[in-house]
Design a protein around this ligand. Structure first.
Ligand code: SF4
Ligand code: SF4
Length: 295
């Protein structure tokens, strides 16, 4: 099973428009949106959800007021300052509660509360979905606000996409990866067949691409680069190509700046469905990746 992961050093490089177009060009693929903090592939592919699952991860403490004796043990023991203490007026006693945004779910308060006054439930951190699109099956997810563990959710999305691909006889998993170089990106690329890095011709784009290339070379994953809107700064595009030639398989293609990319988004179509100069460039990249066996 081949797996192509498309990533970028930062958001807003046009990565998802490119993945959407690849989805339209692929004949027998399953799509996985691993940008679980801000998934947007579904905005282009308009999926119909056929299955929803909850993403439960870690624990969160909560003090049951009626049972709490106000002994203050949890307040003393919490290393994360996640227990607040407020003096009750006209009394020497305090009222205790958990600050959910600081609770790390370590369970110490739960274990040591002498009054068994702490709830310690698993916390709901988001949802993931299996859906049908006009081009094939898709798996994507939504992380709850301020929830952590996005790397774990990314792993679930990839595992589910692989399972569907195996069951349906698909020969490619196409992954829209998260931006940056953090934990969710590492979860997205480990074990992939190849990685396509989308960058733009700016100094920060060049810098971000180098950081991502350090990551792919550390994990020994074959990587190639695509320069989006390459003609807005031809000089930096050439520098990107030089660096890419030294540090990975090089630049697989350049995409022209083209207003039809935005027009396609407004029309809820992929760039290649809409047509235009960028569409031709994306199709050329897709052909080259397949013909030269980059994926
Ligand atoms: S340890 Fe238990 S009883 Fe004591 S203040 Fe905390 S929640 Fe209340
Ligand atoms: S679970 Fe751990 S972090 Fe959360 S309130 Fe209790 S002691 Fe603090």
């Amino acid at each position: 099973m081949r797996e192509l992961v498309v990533i970028s050093g930062k958001g807003g490089t046009g990565k998802t428009s490119i993945v959407g177009s690849f989805a339209a060009l692929a004949k027998n693929a399953v799509f996985a949106d691993c940008d679980v903090d801000a998934s947007d592939l579904h905005l282009i592919l308009s999926p119909e959800i056929i299955k929803t699952e909850q993403f439960v991860s870690g624990h969160e403490a909560e003090i049951i007021e009626d049972k709490c004796t106000g002994c203050g043990r949890c307040y003393e023991l919490c290393r994360f300052d996640a227990i607040s203490r407020i003096k009750i007026s006209d009394s020497t006693d305090f009222k205790y509660s958990v600050k959910p945004y600081l609770c790390e779910g370590c369970g110490v308060c739960y274990r040591f509360c002498p009054a068994d006054a702490i709830h310690f439930e698993e916390s709901l951190c988001g949802e993931w979905y299996i859906a049908d699109t006009r081009f094939g099956h898709m798996v994507y997810a939504r992380l709850a606000m301020a929830a952590e563990n996005s790397g774990k959710l990314v792993t679930i999305v990839r595992q589910q996409a692989r399972k569907i691909a195996e069951e349906s006889g698909a020969d490619l998993i196409l992954v829209d990866g998260p931006p940056g170089i953090g934990c969710p990106v590492i979860s997205s690329i480990t074990g992939a067949t190849s990685v396509l890095i989308v960058t733009e011709p700016t100094l920060s784009g060049l810098h971000d691409m180098e950081r991502v290339l350090s990551l792919t070379s550390h994990f020994k994953i074959p990587a190639m680069v695509c320069i989006n809107k390459w003609d807005i700064n031809m000089e930096i595009s050439d520098r990107i190509e030089e660096v890419a030639n030294q540090k990975c398989k090089g630049v697989i293609g350049r995409i022209r700046y083209d207003k039809s990319v935005t027009e396609a988004q407004v029309a809820v179509k992929t760039t290649v469905e809409y047509g235009g100069a960028a569409s031709e460039d994306i199709e050329a990249i897709w052909r080259k990746m397949n013909n030269d066996k980059f994926i």
